[in-house]
Design a protein around this ligand. Structure first.
Ligand code: 1HN
Length: 356
């Protein structure tokens, strides 16, 4: 891209601007919008689940999985991001569609990913060979630079939500990628992965850590050793919390069982439950998030505008947008955010906005 050209009515100044452009420098005094009073980079946006699902199914009919893309993935492309296949400046959100008998072959990359299963079951995601069954409401991690492949040995196609930090890692110019073998890694379809056998008992971490998940450079290996968070556990925790809170809503954060920190250094994952008739306070948070409606119906008010949603819909809450959420039927919403990155650079914060 060439340097922006500026012009003025003054000949000398015009010549200076021309020379700036020729020498690839730019004057700060002509820049606008570099320092907004508060984050203003993106508007809220909502994708309808029924539309996404239909597009994924059509892709399933028409497009195979080949080594070019490795995955049949339809990305959420926020219209405020100039055609980039990104949901926000930091987050990738997508639907992935895998038909019976298909294999999305092994590869690894420095961008970290997680899967949230919105419906269906039967696919196995192997992470460094460890087979993780995928069922509705489950969250499956594929941390930075771990080998991962998806296999559907079942009879029905399966769809799930993919969340990645790819936009962030691209902008940091820190993407590394390596394809693996074309063929499926051998695996035992056991209900409980090694990761869950070792790290899956809440409140108890093993004294002899496993190095089965050791990853090589360029990744640091800083991530949860527990790779699957099961819906039955999430649901039970939310049920207890909603009843303890008594105000119709509660949320949980998926965490690294050994440290209590976020599941991966760049990605935060949470599940929010709002009972029918419940409404959250209005808050603003630094950093962007992608909200995947798992169950129920309701309305969010984002920067003063109403967004009606139901199961399958996905919406973006941009950085610092005033957001409140209300449910008309019992609702569960999976939330992916860049919170750990924002906090790591010392900019984390949430404030409650007074109701007008
Ligand atoms: C990827 O590797 C997967 O492994 C899904 O399932 C989505 C989007 C961008 C880049 C890599 C997967 C992806 C992806």
């Amino acid at each position: 891209m060439s340097t922006t050209r500026f012009s003025s009515d003054d000949g000398d100044l015009d010549k200076l601007y021309e020379d700036f452009a020729r020498e690839d420098v730019q004057p700060l005094w002509t820049q606008h919008g570099l320092l907004p009073a508060t984050p203003d980079g993106l508007s809220p946006f909502l994708w309808k689940g029924a539309t996404l699902r239909q597009l994924a199914e059509r892709a399933g009919d028409l497009v195979g999985i080949d080594r070019g893309g490795d995955r049949r993935v339809i990305s959420l492309s926020h219209p405020g991001l100039n055609g980039l296949p990104f949901a926000t400046h930091t987050l990738w959100g997508a639907l992935q569609y895998l038909k019976p008998g298909e294999l999305a072959p092994a590869h690894r990359h420095s961008p970290a990913a997680l899967r949230f299963v919105t419906e269906g079951e039967g696919v196995w995601t192997l992470v460094n060979g460890d087979p993780l069954a995928m069922g509705p409401g489950d969250v499956i991690l594929t941390p930075s630079y771990t080998w991962h492949e998806h296999h559907n040995p079942g009879k029905a196609p399966m769809i799930w939500f993919d969340g990645l930090d790819l936009p962030l890692i691209r902008n940091l110019d820190a993407v590394f990628f390596e394809p693996g073998p074309d063929t499926l890694s051998p695996y035992d379809p056991v209900a409980t992965s090694e990761s869950e056998r070792r790290y899956g008992t809440s409140g108890l971490v093993p004294l002899s850590p496993s190095d089965a998940l050791k990853v090589e450079a360029p990744a640091s290996g800083v991530h949860s050793r527990l790779l699957a968070y099961r819906w039955a556990d999430t649901d039970a925790a939310l049920t207890r919390l909603v009843s303890a809170a008594g105000n119709g809503y509660a949320s949980v954060r998926f965490s690294d069982p050994a440290t209590g920190r976020d599941v991966m250094p760049t990605l935060r994952a949470e599940m929010h439950r709002i009972a029918a008739g419940g409404k959250t306070p209005t808050t603003r948070t630094v950093g962007s998030s992608v909200w995947v409606v798992y169950r129920g119906e309701g309305t969010s008010v984002l920067n003063g505008e109403r967004y009606d949603w139901k199961a399958g819909d996905i919406f973006v809450v941009p950085s610092w947008a005033a957001a409140s959420h209300a449910a008309t039927s019992d609702a569960d919403i999976f939330v992916l955010s860049d919170g750990p990155v924002i906090e790591a650079v010392g900019l984390g914060g949430t404030e409650t906005v007074a109701e007008s």
